[in-house]
Design a protein around this ligand. Structure first.
Ligand code: ADP
Ligand code: MG
Length: 249
């Protein structure tokens, strides 16, 4: 399922969060939004499942303008992993994972949720009856991912899903996600501040700054020809950090 944004503008009061953004993501591809905090990444992501209704411009999913879609059916086709995971703290994990299926009134919602938990490596028999605070950070992110995948969406939107995790847990989750994406074939739009993560999980990077797209391309294309000083600075910083790591090794 493809994604498209055409000339999208959005403001919060006086703050211009999106300043004329156009973006295409082909079906089955994975694209990462990168750039400094406040550049509009989350706002753009949330336009696709209508958590944000832009002031002007158009958003389409699977070639259809989202304003023509019923919000519930739209969200059934779009899995969403919000920045904090978004699990209800007073609901057990299985009920959290079954949330979308329950909203859709699917009779087999517990089976659907159990299957999704198996998929992300968090067996329901062991973890389904726990509360979110009884999981580790990595397990909570797996649960959030299971909830997003439970209705087998054609698109997955993720907002810094692996950000708050230690390096090993993060790497495990990245590998699990990459395998799932290849197996299930959904289109991915993700936000990350980590260039290495973007390079690992996405076919292309989209660099945002002050509500605009500065450049898009594969990591190697961006490194070969950064088009703005900001893109150059961002890549220099990321490359310097990975060079420092190699020195330590
Ligand atoms: P990012 O995800 O890149 O950090 P956001 O999309 O969250 O950026 O924010 C873009 C801009 O919009 C920022 O200046 C932010 O402060 C502002 N903003 C985001 N959400 C709100 C909101 N609900 N109310 C007011 N301003 C907001
Ligand atoms: Mg954000």
């Amino acid at each position: 399922m493809s994604l498209a944004a055409r000339n999208v503008v959005h403001c919060y009061g006086d703050v211009v969060a999106l300043d004329g953004v156009s973006l295409d993501v082909q079906a089955g591809k994975s694209v990462a939004l990168v750039g400094e905090s406040g550049s509009g990444k989350t706002t753009l992501l949330r336009c696709f499942n209508r958590l944000v209704e832009p002031l002007s411009g158009a958003i389409s999913v699977g070639g259809i303008d989202v304003r023509e879609r019923d919000v519930v059916t739209l969200r059934r086709t779009i899995g969403y992993v919000p920045q904090d995971g978004g699990l209800m703290p007073h609901w057990r994990v299985l009920r959290n994972v079954a949330l979308v299926a329950s909203l859709l009134d699917m009779p087999s919602r517990d089976e659907v949720a159990t299957e999704a938990m198996t998929l992300v490596g968090l067996p329901a028999a062991q973890f389904g009856s726990r509360f979110p605070h009884e999981l580790s950070g990595g397990q909570r992110q797996r649960a959030a991912l299971a909830r997003a995948l439970a209705s087998r969406p054609g698109v997955v939107l993720m907002d810094e899903p692996f950000g708050a995790l230690d390096a090993i847990t993060r790497s495990d989750l990245q590998a699990a996600f990459d395998a799932l994406r290849r197996e299930l074939g959904f289109t991915t739009l993700m936000v990350t501040h980590d260039i290495a993560e973007a390079a690992r999980l996405a076919d292309e990077l989209v660099v945002m700054r002050a509500g605009r797209i500065e450049q898009r391309g594969s990591l190697s294309a961006l490194i070969a020809k950064p088009e703005t000083p900001y893109v150059e600075m961002l890549l220099d910083r990321a490359l310097a950090a990975s060079a420092r790591l190699r020195e330590i090794e």
